[in-house]
Design a protein around this ligand. Structure first.
Ligand SMILES: *Cc1c(COP(=O)(O)O)cnc(C)c1O
Length: 398
């Protein structure tokens, strides 16, 4: 017996979406520039001369943003986590031993992916709200032989930065381990030099530092890692879609692997073009100035930042929720009254404000800081909102 499935009751999107778009100032997705939105509305053939020219430019711009000369800059139809899984599924083979430096939620996700492809993850806890120390990493690398090391540049979940990334990568290389870096939130917001730091895989997503759309991601493999782990691999990786040798057919050989997410790649092209137009040094400076000014404003109104300055990520700022204030009330008031959206956190009593891509603009900072202070007050916090706004202004005008 089969029964017909009846038509569901559906309301139009206009009844679901807010009448005025919220200003997206959380931990991602972030606002996208108009040219990125326009590109995202176009569908073209996924193969052929037009797409080939687009892909060639995406790879060239990707090499600039990753700071690498590697020919293995590849895209993936999927979230930042798909790029992460692609890096791990291709570089970690069954039985490989991997040192997974963990600062929080996303670095732990890499350890889980290592185990799922039948690697053996050993977790090195960096310490509460701290970046990993060189001493701890060196000790771990001395105690056992590892095939690879995984770490995040910026741990979005608790706003911790692994400021020792270059030094950690160097230690790993000295001990013969490949280095896999999650730069999903940080790429193009702060320095990362893939070739100079001898990193073997850098992972990014669209919707964070690059200010593109979610769901189309980019990663790069070093030629060294490609030769050692991918070109010469004798067993097949577990994932067909994420197989780097197959992806190379599309990204370097102008042929078919799977139908590429053409609109999202066009959007990514525009986002990367804007990064190239701005140039990395200027973009890093903008992000640093904006984030420091925001932090000064937050502290200026009497709120506390979660992470000590030396371990603090600038790309996402974590603010301690004062005693007696409920984070969910603050977030609800922010979006209802001020039409600004920021993020809560996984298990921590903080709220997070992103400073990635288009979020790092002075006009967005004023609106967001005012909204934060106002909603904190409405939720019971005692603070000095005008003092915070003055501090933001002072810091930005320096
Ligand atoms: C957001 C994020 C991810 C995951 O990206 P998705 O697109 O959600 O899969 C991974 N790592 C870091 C550091 C992130 O900020």
């Amino acid at each position: 017996m089969t029964s017909a499935i009846s038509v569901p009751h559906i309301v139009p999107l206009s009844d679901i979406l807010p009448d005025e778009p919220l200003l997206m100032m959380g931990a991602g997705p972030v606002p996208i520039p108009q040219s990125v939105a326009m590109a995202n509305s176009i569908v073209i053939n996924h193969l052929g001369e037009t797409m080939n020219r687009v892909i060639a430019q995406v790879k060239d711009m990707g090499r600039y943003v990753f700071q690498t000369n590697s020919r293995y800059v590849l895209g993936v139809g999927g979230p930042g986590s798909a790029a992460m899984e692609m890096a791990i599924a291709n570089l970690v083979h069954p039985g490989d031993k991997v040192l997974c430096i963990c600062n929080g939620y996303f670095s732990r996700r890499m350890a889980e992916m290592v185990n799922r492809v039948r690697g053996e993850a050993t977790i090195l806890e960096a310490g509460v709200n701290q970046g990993a120390s060189l001493e701890a990493v060196e000790q771990a690398l001395r105690s056992k032989r590892y095939d690879a090391v995984t770490l995040v540049q910026g741990e979005t979940s608790n706003t911790v930065c692994n400021g020792n990334l270059a030094g950690i990568a160097q230690l790993a290389r000295e001990h013969g381990a490949l280095v896999i870096v999650d730069a999903v939130c940080t790429l193009s917001t702060m320095p990362l030099e893939m070739d100079n730091w001898q990193i073997d895989a850098v992972i990014t997503g669209g919707q964070k530092g690059l200010s593109s759309i979610p769901g189309v991601s980019l990663l790069a493999f070093s030629e060294r890692a490609w030769a050692k782990k991918i070109a010469t691999r004798s067993d097949l990786p577990f994932h067909w879609v994420l197989d780097a040798n197959l992806a190379d057919k599309f990204w370097n050989q102008k042929s078919y692997h799977y139908t590429a997410p053409v609109s999202g790649i066009l959007a990514l092209h525009e986002a990367l073009r804007l990064v190239c137009g701005e140039t990395l040094p200027k973009r890093f400076e903008r992000h640093l100035n904006c984030s420091e000014a925001l932090q000064a404003g937050i502290e200026g109104m009497g709120l506390q930042l979660l992470v000590a300055k030396e371990h603090r990520l600038n790309s996402v700022v974590g603010i301690v929720v004062p005693d007696g204030v409920v984070a969910a009330d603050v977030l609800a008031d922010l979006s209802r009254v001020h039409r600004v959206e920021i993020s809560g956190a996984f298990g921590l009593n903080i709220v997070r404000i992103g400073q990635m891509g288009e979020q790092s603009r002075a006009h967005n900072l004023f609106r967001t800081l005012h909204a934060l202070g106002s909603s904190m007050q409405a939720s019971g916090a005692k603070l000095d909102l005008p003092a915070g706004m003055a501090e933001l202004e002072r810091s930005l005008s320096h």
